[in-house]
Design a protein around this ligand. Structure first.
Ligand SMILES: [Zn+2]
Length: 269
């Protein structure tokens, strides 16, 4: 592998040969590649615009074992069940279940007893991506710098990702599966957003393959949010709805442009 160097792996904290880690994993790009349009690269929404790009953000941060651990504990499952060219396996699985609540096109499911939904893998994927965004300032070819600041939660999440600690306290991962096509083709985040009705915790959002992950961090997370966590709550709620408006407004808010007409295209590598 090119760019191989030795250093302290950010996840296991050992001196190891370091791999070029991808901010957004190769599998994500591959799964989201849209075969029905001329430019087959996925649409990535960042603070600087909307891009169809195959360029990936990489940095030598993790050893090979830790790369594989992130893949095995979260990425591989998430990529398999999210919306891709084969369908949207996770959505199809939920829609075979009986919802606890349903109104219009929206529904809520309790997944705690499901043997088909790996709620822990989805949480591991989301927190893995958020943690990666916190350990390095990613400066990709498109000229955007991405970094989130997790304070003391960075270490708690590292321990959880590594399997050295349980699911971190005062962290909630909420999952909404998007039924609209737009949300299934766009990816963004992790982005710091405003959680409704509260300034007492940080709220990050990321969207990949029709799965909207809302991550709450802080001691002030209300009980209603805590009860919705896909990993640590008793019921492990999953929500299904049309997220088109939310996705488009998030995309427009972060880009200042429309997603329908990407302003820039990358040159083919
Ligand atoms: Zn490592």
């Amino acid at each position: 592998m090119s760019g191989r160097s030795t250093g302290t792996c950010k996840l296991c904290l050992r001196e190891r040969g370091l791999r070029e880690s991808h901010y957004l994993s190769k599998g994500l790009y591959k799964a989201l590649r849209n075969l029905h349009i001329e430019n087959q690269n996925p649409l990535l929404v960042t603070g600087k615009g909307a891009f169809r790009t195959s360029r990936q953000m990489t940095a030598a941060l993790l050893c090979s074992d830790c790369e594989q651990l992130l893949s095995a504990k979260g990425e591989r499952y998430t990529i398999r069940v999210m919306s891709n060219q084969k369908g949207f396996l996770l959505l199809e699985t939920l829609q075979r279940m009986t919802p606890a609540n349903a109104r219009g096109g929206a529904a809520a499911y309790k997944c705690a007893k499901s043997t088909e939904v790996d709620t822990g893998a989805l949480a591991h994927f989301a927190l893995g991506l958020l943690w990666k965004a916190s350990i390095h300032t990613w400066a990709p070819a498109v000229g955007v710098r991405t970094r989130v600041h997790l304070g003391p939660y960075q270490e708690a999440i590292r321990g959880y990702l590594r399997g050295e600690a349980g699911f971190p306290a005062n962290v909630v991962v909420k999952i909404t599966l998007c039924t609209d096509r737009e949300s299934q083709l766009i990816m963004y985040g992790p982005t710091l957003g405003n959680a409704k009705g509260s300034k007492t915790f940080n709220y990050y959002e990321l969207l990949a393959g029709g799965i909207n992950f809302g991550i709450c961090i802080g001691a002030g997370i209300p009980g209603t949010d805590r009860r919705q966590c896909c990993a640590s709550s008793a019921d492990k709620w999953f929500f299904v709805r049309d997220c088109r408006e939310r996705t488009l407004s998030a995309a427009i808010a972060t880009t200042g442009t429309t997603i329908d007409k990407p302003q820039r295209h990358d040159r083919r590598p």
